[in-house]
Write a protein that binds this ligand. Structure first.
Ligand SMILES: C[S@@+](CC[C@H](N)C(=O)[O-])C[C@H]1O[C@@H](n2cnc3c(N)ncnc32)[C@H](O)[C@@H]1O
Length: 283
């Protein structure tokens, strides 16, 4: 099969393209009710340019016009701009370290764990399995949020596509899994799903890390692979919220390549392990 050539990326954001992108972001924010102004512009552009070909529009302005008239196109654009890529036990060494630390939750009478930007739920299920294997599943209350109601609905279904199973099993084992992943899955109506016990009792909600407030205090917050899409001010805002929501001595997990560089509270954390993005709030 011959794939079409990829959309060439502009070598620089010219002032004209920058102005067009600003108008586009304003327009999409107004149409979706989601404020995209604090997302990194170059990363947004990289994800949007292929869409110009796919939607047969020659410019961002024309693409915005199409989105105004076509709700399905708008939904596709929103998906491009928020990117829902995720996987079970993403980054084995990170989850091995979490496995070592998660027992600390036993020192709290009713610990709470928040998976922020949970996408379709694989990250949530990773923690739930770890908690189960640490004997803490019944004690810990889990919260899972995302900007997108569509992915939250998928997370609540816990569907596993057959082609994903081998990757899930491998990732679970590499992260130190103590059993067999199939023990956490169930066949229901001919569909493989994560076991309902991994989903039961989880509080799911739509929540925007840039515009919504703190809604509880947590002993563990996992906020992985999302702040990297925000600009510096956006990262600062999100980290202010995370700090406000994390109890002293609580843990904060970020994605590989993410950091506390733009957190106004970075001095309040210590990094655990060797370079893994897992932090403990020390004051
Ligand atoms: C790349 S996925 C990461 C999923 C998961 N945390 C992981 O590491 O595998 C990014 C997720 O962040 C969500 N997201 C993007 N902007 C957000 C925001 N402002 N507030 C909350 N979630 C957001 C997207 O909808 C998407 O599901």
């Amino acid at each position: 099969m011959t794939l079409p050539p990829p959309t060439p990326l502009p070598s620089a954001l010219t002032p004209a393209l920058q102005a067009e992108l600003t108008e586009f972001v304003k327009g999409i924010s107004a149409l979706t009710g989601i404020d995209f102004t604090r997302y990194q512009r170059s990363a947004l552009l990289r994800r949007l340019l292929p869409r110009l070909d796919l939607e047969a529009t020659g410019s961002l302005t024309a693409l915005l016009d199409k989105a105004r008239a076509d709700r399905a196109c708008l939904a596709r654009l929103q998906g491009d701009m928020t990117l829902h890529v995720t996987s079970l036990c993403r980054d084995a060494t990170y989850f091995q370290l979490v496995r070592q630390q998660i027992g600390l939750l036993a020192t709290y009478p009713s610990p709470r764990l928040w998976v922020a930007a949970c996408a379709t739920g694989e990250e949530l299920f990773s923690y739930r399995i770890l908690l189960h294997e640490a004997g803490l599943d019944k004690r810990c209350r889990l919260y899972a949020t995302d900007l997108s109601a569509t992915v939250i609905a998928k997370a609540q279904q816990g569907l596993i596509e057959p082609y994903q199973l081998a990757d899930h099993e491998r990732a679970y084992q590499e992260a130190g899994g103590q059993g067999n992943l199939l023990d956490y899955c169930q066949l229901q109506d001919g569909q493989l799903r994560f076991h309902p016990a991994l989903i039961d009792g989880v509080v799911f909600s739509v929540h925007n890390l840039l515009t919504d407030g703190s809604f509880n205090e947590f002993q563990f917050i996992s906020c992985r692979n999302v702040t990297m899409y925000f600009d510096e001010i956006g990262q600062e805002q999100a980290h202010r919220l995370l700090h406000q929501s994390l109890t002293p001595l609580g843990h904060l997990g970020l994605g590989i390549g993410e950091s506390l560089r733009h957190s106004p509270h970075r001095a309040d954390y210590r990094q655990l392990g060797r370079g893994e993005p897992l932090f403990q709030r020390i004051r």
